[in-house]
Design a binder for this molecule. Sequence first.
Ligand SMILES: Cc1ncc(COP(=O)(O)O)c(C=O)c1O
Length: 401
Amino acid sequence: MGVFDIFDNGSRSTISGISLNRIADIYGTPVIVYSARRIRDNFTRLKKAFPEASIFYSVKANDNPRIIELLGGMGSGADTASPFEISMSIFAGIDTGNMLYSPNNASLRDLEFAYDRGITINFNSFTQYSKMRGKMERISFRINPGFGLGEFGGITTGGSNTKFGLDPDSAILAYEKAREDGSSEFGIHMMIGSNNRNHLQLYEAYSSFFKVADRISKEAGVKFEFVDIGGGLGIPYSSADKDLDIASLGSMTTDEFSRHGFGHLVLEPGRYIVGDAGIIIGTVNDVHNGFVGTDIGMNINIRPALYGARHMILPLSERTEGEEMTVTGQICENTDRIGQIAYRVMEGDRLMVLCAGAYIYSMSSRYNGRPRPAEAMIMEDGTDRLIRRREDFSDFLSAVV
Ligand SMILES: Cc1ncc(COP(=O)(O)O)c(C=O)c1O
């Protein structure tokens, strides 16, 4: 698996036989283009590595219902973080019995929204659970096992100084209370961070979590019907990044899991399934002061400004190596930088930003009055489909009263 796998063999400008220049001609720029084949391949590889696990695609990575629908058709469930993500997943055809709700700081209304639809909730704290006390037959808590694992501080969600989860001792008390309150089915959850490409580190983390879960199970007197190890499976963002050895991770984890007496294993991956399956295509509008000025800015890809994330950026057609320059967008912030380009570019050229399938559209904004981009999907039969139109001014006015 590599950063260029989305393209047809040997090509860096066609996907399933379709020219990306043609997509940009049809839909304009900026546009995010997804490969249905790549999403399917990623999901299939994951399923092969973890054949006995239930996979709940984490909708926050990319909430386009056509993508959720594609994954639902392959047997994926949906892991959701808000009522609207639940609604989006229902719209995309996912059965509520095949959904998880893993929110934090949810209101009673949010929690009831999930509960009323029969969706299993991963509670982030005992106080969150208390809002629903006595109602829940099936209950799961998110555990902070005392360590985190993520590519950047901003996407490390375990260990000290995070708002996520209960420490193991508090979790024991929480499960005891839930048992006393009448709950009879139990799950346990952790999500310690994102974009991890080292299978040994992930395996270590999962093994430690299984030990923590064992202890909680014994001391609280509950049996875990499911153990949810969250998302966090990483992808390469540049050709220098190492690939996650998913096959080894899957077999080592499955073996270790089978040594405990838990029910079934659950995964909630987002990035691994869609991250390298999307590309943003944009246009160079200016080259000025040594910066390449494009129509792709932090309004579309906030990750570099937010975490210092890196994305490979290439010209769509002519590729002549040149002096490295910073690529910027149209936003009035000096953090409006989406990466570096080491090719010669001129006004009017088209660029592409790779690995833009996860945490791009779903984290985009309308800052500076810029509409969100169009999204197109290249289908496996070599046809293309607009899956979300570019926003227009009516979208800016739609909530104004
Ligand atoms: C609770 C939960 N599950 C799953 C995910 C998906 O993570 P990833 O995209 O790294 O697989 C996240 C991401 O933040 C999350 O918060």
